[in-house]
Write a protein that binds this ligand. Structure first.
Ligand SMILES: Cc1cc2nc3c(=O)[nH]c(=O)nc-3n(C[C@H](O)[C@H](O)[C@H](O)COP(=O)(O)O)c2cc1C
Length: 192
């Protein structure tokens, strides 16, 4: 086989491998709410937040900040105002936006676009955590103002989402999802 052909075949195989791995992570990721009492290295925490940093962001505005909380005392305090956090996470990542700055940069839609950026970053973080053997759960049930104060967020900065995580202490079965046929149309609503 010619070198070029072998290279192409290798490239195709590699692509297939990467694609399969990505889909495995997508299908295997579950919301994990119970964690082992084991610290997660800051290097790993940085890596998963970095995955968030590379998510799509409207107009490349990057209107988010990520506060990683890994101090157990601070986590306990966060939990006291966050009914959506269960058990004892090893870390909580707060994803914050500066809504005013987003509006100034992107106009009246800025705050909504910034929130979309947060969601994009959150999913990358969840997938990266899962790929690295961690469990995580996105949390919206928390007191935004109280969390903002605890984190020392500056004026105008809003905590939009929390991601609680750690080494998983549970293996939940997948919840049901709608069938694709129920929710997917080609070209026009209701066209199957
Ligand atoms: C915007 C949003 C907010 C959520 N808030 C919470 C929360 O406060 N607490 C919680 O335990 N799970 C929360 N979840 C996780 C969902 O309950 C979970 O994704 C859903 O049950 C599906 O399970 P899965 O993630 O394992 O597929 C939230 C998910 C999303 C997308």
């Amino acid at each position: 086989m010619a070198l070029q052909e072998r290279k192409l075949q290798g490239h195709a195989m590699m692509k297939e491998m990467i694609t399969l791995e990505l889909f495995e992570v997508i299908y295997q990721r579950r919301s994990i709410r119970s964690y082992l009492r084991k610290k997660v290295d800051r290097e790993i925490l940085d890596k998963i937040v970095d995955a968030g940093r590379w998510a799509p962001t409207a107009g490349n505005a990057q209107a988010w900040q990520f506060v990683i909380v890994d101090d157990p005392i601070r986590i306990t305090k966060l939990k006291s105002v966050s009914p959506g956090i269960f058990h004892e996470p090893a870390f909580v990542i707060a994803i914050c936006t500066d809504r005013d700055a987003a509006i100034a940069r992107m106009g009246p839609q800025g705050a909504m676009l910034a929130l979309m950026d947060v969601c994009m970053a959150a999913e990358n973080i969840l997938l990266a955590a899962c790929a690295l053997g961690l469990g995580a759960c996105v949390v919206r049930s928390f007191h935004q103002q109280a969390v903002g104060v605890m984190l020392g967020c500056p004026e105008g900065c809003v905590t939009e989402l929390l991601i609680a995580g750690g080494f998983p202490d549970q293996e939940p079965t997948a919840p049901s999802r709608k069938n694709i046929e129920e929710i997917r149309f080609f070209n026009r609503w209701e066209d199957k």
